[in-house]
Design a protein. Structure first.
Length: 243
């Protein structure tokens, strides 16, 4: 199954990790969406990629050092639209966008630089009734904690290079998937699902789709979906090669 995931929403056309980016991803026809979760100072799970707010908002400082109220006083400054009315969304706001959809939700827990106490339990309580969730992280301890909460949820280890994926740990914590930088392609044969980020150019998309990897993360999900359809029409992909 060749899954196309909208990376931080449809982040090539809307400000990343914002409600418009997620709404556009929903309309694109892609199979899933990827987004990042951190905790504010008062333990509110919010959707933002960077540990600091400097790049994407008009503020400065770390998410972990701000209360949710303080974070909401900032506005999104990136993207090709008037983003001054956009705010960093809460996790539950993003979940609501996809509540009635078929899409899979890849939630990256951003614990590779800071350890957010209790983030796994907090996020799990908000998502445990959704069978379409994937949890991913660069931090193996985070995945271990998630596995302790559920013996069935899909877990994915994110890595830049193949040698970062320790098979013994992957087996110990029942990690079903590996999410690699596209620069690591191709990697060794494995029975785990392989997904690659961030595949944005048409030629790259075609390479990965024809390689029949499990999935790609792209800033341009509409383009990837249209390309997949063209490849199917040319009989380069079968109906079984897409979802």
């Amino acid at each position: 199954m060749l899954e196309i995931y909208a990376h931080r929403g449809s982040s090539g056309t809307f400000p990343e990790n914002t409600i418009p980016a997620f709404q556009n991803a929903l309309l694109s026809g892609c199979d899933g969406v990827e987004f990042d979760v951190q905790l504010t100072k008062d333990a509110v799970p919010v959707v933002i990629h960077d540990e600091k707010v400097d790049r994407t908002t008009n503020g400065t400082g770390y998410v972990k050092d701000m209360t949710y109220k303080e974070l909401q006083a900032l506005w999104i400054k990136t993207g090709g639209v008037d983003a001054s009315t956009l705010r960093v969304p809460r996790l539950d706001e993003v979940l609501n966008v996809f509540e009635n959809s078929h899409m899979r939700l890849n939630i990256e827990l951003k614990t590779d630089k800071f350890s957010y106490t209790g983030i796994e339990e907090i996020v799990w309580q908000k998502t445990k009734d959704n069978p379409r969730i994937i949890f991913s992280s660069f931090n193996m301890k985070t995945l271990q904690n998630m596995r302790a909460l559920s013996d069935s949820v899909e877990l994915a280890f994110i890595c830049y290079k193949e040698n970062e994926a320790d098979e013994a740990l992957l087996d110990a914590y029942q990690i079903q998937s590996l999410h690699f930088s596209k620069r690591a392609f191709p990697v060794r044969k494995t029975n785990r699902k392989l997904r690659y980020w961030t595949v944005n150019q048409t030629a790259e998309m075609e390479t990965f789709l024809l390689a029949q990897v499990a999935g790609i993360f792209t800033d341009f999900p509409s383009d990837a979906v249209q390309l997949r359809e063209r490849l199917k029409q040319k009989s380069l992909l079968s109906k079984e090669d897409s979802v």
